[in-house]
Design a protein around this ligand. Structure first.
Ligand SMILES: Nc1nc(=O)c2c([nH]1)NC[C@@H]1CN(c3ccc(C(=O)N[C@@H](CCC(=O)O)C(=O)O)cc3)CN21
Ligand SMILES: CC(C)C(=O)C(=O)O
Ligand SMILES: [Mg+2]
Length: 291
């Protein structure tokens, strides 16, 4: 017998949106069970990165339901060239700040390069630090088939895992920053990776820089939500690096980025206006002085 999801059963009430991940009524902390329910409802949802409490509080108040403390903090927040040098100590500190700055969003902490590749036991030790010391609700790690044993042990141990396949930036020295899944062999590998992380128990999977048609196929195949970045419009969720989408990243940004503001110009202009005031003696004025 064919299983009907709740959303498809004839007696199900039409969704009134009150449970929606974005725009819903609930103010309690979102959990991975809420994420699973959103896929059942066929609901799309947004995810942004965050690396500090202040920024995270802005996105939390804006209703962003899931935030990723990405190891993109390496190049976007800490001044490294890539994500490769980022340490677990750094991710723990940044993740704790993001958890403190939020009350509703599910916070996902990225496991940095070198903190899980040795095997499942190392992965569990690293993920446990993010859960206990930072208070994240889930962790993310890179790799499909190659990481399935790590995912299995974390999930068995009670730590929800978001997987990440396609372009995996921690492997930049081996694969560069190139579109993944082009051609029959690479597409078949991506499908195997997607199946492997779902079977290992991941609650969601990031698809980075893969052809839109392939990302759509993976999204239809899986019962867990797909989170796209440079993966077309058919994934269940979309993620962007916050400094990219707000125009704060220095230099080139990937072409899949949509820029929603120009904070680099706003902040630069404000800094210049302050400097001019100081040099010209027009700040502080009487109202900014104490006597
Ligand atoms: N600022 C920033 N934004 C990101 O999205 C991001 C990071 N940093 N750091 C971690 C990873 C690395 N990511 C990257 C890095 C480079 C490309 C890139 O150069 N893409 C090329 C296309 C390459 C191709 O067509 O094969 C581009 O022009 O978009 C993409 C994603 C995504 N993540
Ligand atoms: C780009 C996202 C998926 C990420 O892994 C990060 O920001 O580190
Ligand atoms: Mg990352």
């Amino acid at each position: 017998m064919t299983q009907l999801s709740a959303a498809q059963t004839p007696q199900a009430k039409p969704s009134d949106g009150s449970k929606a991940l974005y725009g819903g009524k609930s103010t309690r902390r979102i959990t991975v069970r809420d994420i699973a329910a959103a896929k059942e409802r066929g609901e799309k949802w947004p995810m942004l990165t965050a690396y500090d409490a202040m920024t995270a509080s802005v996105f939390d108040e804006a209703g962003i339901p899931v935030m990723l403390v990405g190891d993109s903090a390496g190049n976007c927040h800490l001044g490294y060239d890539t994500t490769v040098p980022v340490t677990l100590d750094e991710m723990t500190m940044l993740s704790a700040a993001v958890v403190r700055g939020t009350s509703r969003a599910l916070i996902v902490g990225d496991l940095p390069f070198g903190s899980y590749q040795e095997g499942p036991v190392q992965a569990l030790r690293s993920a446990t630090r993010l859960v206990k010391e930072a208070g994240v609700g889930a962790v993310k790690l890179e790799g499909g088939e190659r990481s399935h044993r790590q995912i299995e042990l974390l999930v068995e141990s009670g730590i929800p895992v978001m997987a990440h396949i396609g372009l995996t930036p921690q492997s930049v020295n081996a694969m560069g920053y190139r579109v993944q899944g082009r051609g029959e062999e690479a597409a078949a590998q991506l499908m195997r990776d997607a199946k492997a992380v779902q079977d290992a128990g991941a609650f969601a999977v990031v698809l980075e820089l893969v052809p839109a048609e392939l990302a759509a196929e993976v999204t239809r195949m899986l019962h867990i939500p797909t989170v796209g970045i440079g993966a077309g419009a058919q994934t269940d969720a979309q993620v962007l690096v916050w400094t990219d989408m707000l125009g704060l990243t220095a230099g080139r940004v990937p072409k899949f980025v949509k820029q929603y503001a120009d904070l680099r110009a706003v902040m630069g202009d404000a800094a210049k206006a302050f400097a001019e005031d100081v040099v010209g003696g027009t700040f502080p004025r009487e109202e900014h002085s104490v006597h």
